[in-house]
Design a protein around this ligand. Structure first.
Ligand code: ADP
Ligand code: MG
Length: 211
């Protein structure tokens, strides 16, 4: 499956979720590639931190922040079981190209209506793309949810509007911050920790979308 993570807002968890979904799939034995479509190259930085630490290489990261990435991704997909695209932080041709390349677009959002409004431009792009790519799947992923937060009715209503939210929710957890600093996945920091369990559940739910 080719999965694109998109949201023009920075800091919502595109890179965090891209690397962790890729890591989970790879740890389960799949051949996975991450395409870094963000000119800032955060996924590439993470992979570099990881290799400098001498950690096992679970998946390759290719820098491809170019508007023709949808022409390049099929070749990468042929050599892998899954491709995860860490999308750009703006609504540009690069974002359109990411949508064109993807079977499933995931939109990480924080659980507030403010953050949902901020992602409406991406929703619009997805709806445009669906005119000529009707099989395109899309879903919100609630990230950085603080324990005990009740997701408000306004937020849930927004999810009912064409693009659903996945049931799996990722909490606001220190392990994800530590992951950036160390090049490790949360499952490598604490295999039985809450963050690792959430990533495993999210990845399983994503794989169900593809079937
Ligand atoms: P984006 O790629 O959308 O800009 P990142 O994945 O880089 O967002 O996340 C931005 C920052 O927020 C990073 O420092 C990351 O560690 C942190 N972060 C992301 N998701 C979580 C989470 N669930 N819990 C705690 N920190 C998080
Ligand atoms: Mg990023």
């Amino acid at each position: 499956m080719i999965i694109g993570l998109l949201n023009q807002k920075g800091g919502v968890g595109k890179t965090t979720l891209a690397t962790h979904i890729a890591g989970e799939l790879a740890a389960n034995g799949a051949r996975v590639a991450v395409v870094d479509a963000d000119p800032q190259g955060s996924a590439l930085d993470w992979a570099q931190t990881r290799s400098q630490t001498g950690l096992e290489r679970l998946f390759g990261v290719v820098g491809l922040a170019r508007e023709v990435l949808h022409q390049e991704v099929p070749d990468i997909a042929r050599a892998n079981d899954h491709v995860i695209i860490d999308g750009p932080p703006r609504v540009t041709a690069l974002a359109r190209s990411t949508i064109l390349a993807s079977d499933l677009v995931l939109i990480p959002v924080q659980p507030s209506s403010y953050d949902l409004w901020a992602s409406m431009e991406i929703v619009q792009l997805i709806n445009e793309a669906r005119l000529f790519k009707p099989a395109l799947k899309a879903a919100f992923v609630v990230n950085r949810c603080i324990t005990g937060t009740v997701i408000g009715r306004d937020v849930r209503n927004a999810f009912d509007d064409g693009i659903p939210a996945l049931e799996s929710v990722i909490g606001q957890r220190i392990a994800f911050v530590e992951s950036v600093a160390t090049g490790r996945l949360v499952r490598e920091l604490d295999k039985r920790g809450a963050a690792a369990k959430e990533i495993a559940a999210l990845t399983a739910e994503i794989m169900e979308q593809g079937t």
